[in-house]
Write a protein that binds this ligand. Structure first.
Ligand code: MET
Ligand SMILES: [Zn+2]
Ligand SMILES: [Zn+2]
Length: 412
């Protein structure tokens, strides 16, 4: 692999391990920052990004959208700044690890003999952050200038629902000022040769169902117990889960993004072995394709609760409501990548793209990782350094393509 055009040392800040591409060293430095929930070290990320902005000589804006939750934006102004801009978005936080299941320390960014870099965030999505940065660094070094303004945005709290991050920021006047016409955000790895491009995503519904019931002594046949209702609720949700799983497994053209997943993720209730509790709660993580009629689906949930018994209620902790009409608006913009096979899919999980799309901005989910197993949120998450480096070249072509899209009739 050839060194970066701007020479060794640049990009790492510190010296690179012998023979290592400085982009890889920078990636590994970033992976070592513990921006992990439940207490992400966001200050470390901000210091890191400050340093990058200085190296790239790009102005950086920081907006504290909620206490301790800062969105930072590096802006590369276009030669025609009145046109709508291009957003390159990435989140800085990562999900927790179960260290005992990892081969290496999840925050050491260990690189094995094959060049696989193991770390939480290596796929989701610290790779993309550094790829954006290094692509911009190379383009600047070549003397290329964008016609449309390009913003690199770094947001906190995506992994906990985005409430104190993108969800709030899209309503902020500073967001509107960015005048964004099109956004790139995260996607998923593809184990084969093609790259996956996501033109929409499923709606996350996080639901807690409350099952109240008659309390009593654990030795008796008490009527109307919370547990009996809980059992009904669990059965309804999990029977539906089986059906959807079957639908996915028996269809040739379905991917995970085309069916509804249901997982029971939390149960609560009870105080002692011999006391029948007055309430039991169960929580589910549902992911619903944008093709599903959501009103109808909620009626179904209401029905399940009703069938489970008296006074069974539910509440949402998260409820996405985007339909396919909203996401299909991306058709006027598209990824202009040559020599790459693309597979178009609905994103099976949720990303900050849903907030961007909800304010009417087309967004594509794309993380340039082919020949890579999907390991986000999993133990031993890794990315191969060659795949990572290839991704920089992908953005090196993609950013100019997007930033050069000629003015639309409704633009200045
Ligand atoms: C529903 S909030 C999104 C958090 C995370 N990206 C997920 O899909 O689980
Ligand atoms: Zn992510
Ligand atoms: Zn994630």
């Amino acid at each position: 692999m050839l060194p970066d055009k701007d020479g060794p040392g640049v990009g790492g800040g510190q010296s690179s391990p012998e023979g290592e591409d400085p982009s890889v060293s920078l990636f590994r430095d970033y992976l070592r920052l513990k921006t992990v929930h439940p207490e992400p070290d966001y200050d470390a990320a901000l210091r890191f990004l400050d340093r990058i902005a200085e190296e790239l000589q790009l102005p950086m804006k920081k907006i504290e959208v909620c206490p301790g939750r800062v969105v930072s934006i590096m802006t590369w102004e276009g030669t025609n700044p009145s046109l709508k801009s291009i957003l390159l978005n990435s989140h800085t936080d990562v999900v927790p690890v179960f260290q005992e299941h990892w081969k290496y320390d999840a925050f050491s960014a260990f690189k094995d003999a094959e060049g696989n870099i193991y770390a939480r965030g290596s796929q989701d999505m610290k790779c993309v952050t550094i790829q954006y940065i290094q692509a911009v660094r190379r383009l600047k070094a070549e003397g290329w200038k964008p016609m449309r303004t390009v913003h690199l945005m770094f947001v906190p709290d995506e992994e906990v629902g985005g409430h104190k991050g993108m969800e709030t920021f899209v309503k902020h006047p500073e967001f509107q000022k960015l005048n964004i016409g099109f956004a790139l955000d995260e996607g998923l790895a593809n184990p084969g040769e093609p790259f996956t491009v996501f033109y929409g995503e499923r709606n996350p519904w996080w639901i807690t169902v409350h099952c109240p019931g008659s309390p009593g002594h654990g030795s008796r046949f008490v009527e109307n117990t919370a547990a009996e209702k809980l059992r009904q609720v669990i059965n309804s949700f999990l029977d539906f889960r089986e059906k959807e799983k079957h639908r996915l497994n028996t269809s040739e053209c379905f991917t995970l993004g085309d069916v509804t997943t249901v997982n029971m993720t939390m149960v609560k209730g009870g105080v002692a072995y011999n006391v029948i509790p007055a309430e039991m709660d169960v929580s589910f993580d549902l992911r619903i394709p944008p093709t599903v009629n959501l009103q109808e689906f909620e009626r179904q949930i209401k029905q399940w609760c009703k069938e489970a018994g008296e006074d069974v209620t539910y509440e949402f902790a998260q409820v996405g409501t985007l339909s396919l009409q909203c996401v299909s608006s991306v058709s006027c913009w598209y990824l202009r990548c040559r020599n790459m096979t693309l597979e178009k899919e609905i994103f099976p999980a949720a990303t900050d793209s849903r907030f961007i799309r909800a304010v009417g901005i087309p967004a594509i989910g794309f993380s340039p990782m082919n020949r890579t197993p999907i390991l986000l949120h999993d133990h031993n998450e890794y990315l191969n350094e060659q795949v990572f480096l290839k991704g920089i070249s992908v953005y090196e072509r993609l950013i100019p393509a997007l930033a050069s899209v000629p003015a639309f009739p409704d633009e200045a």
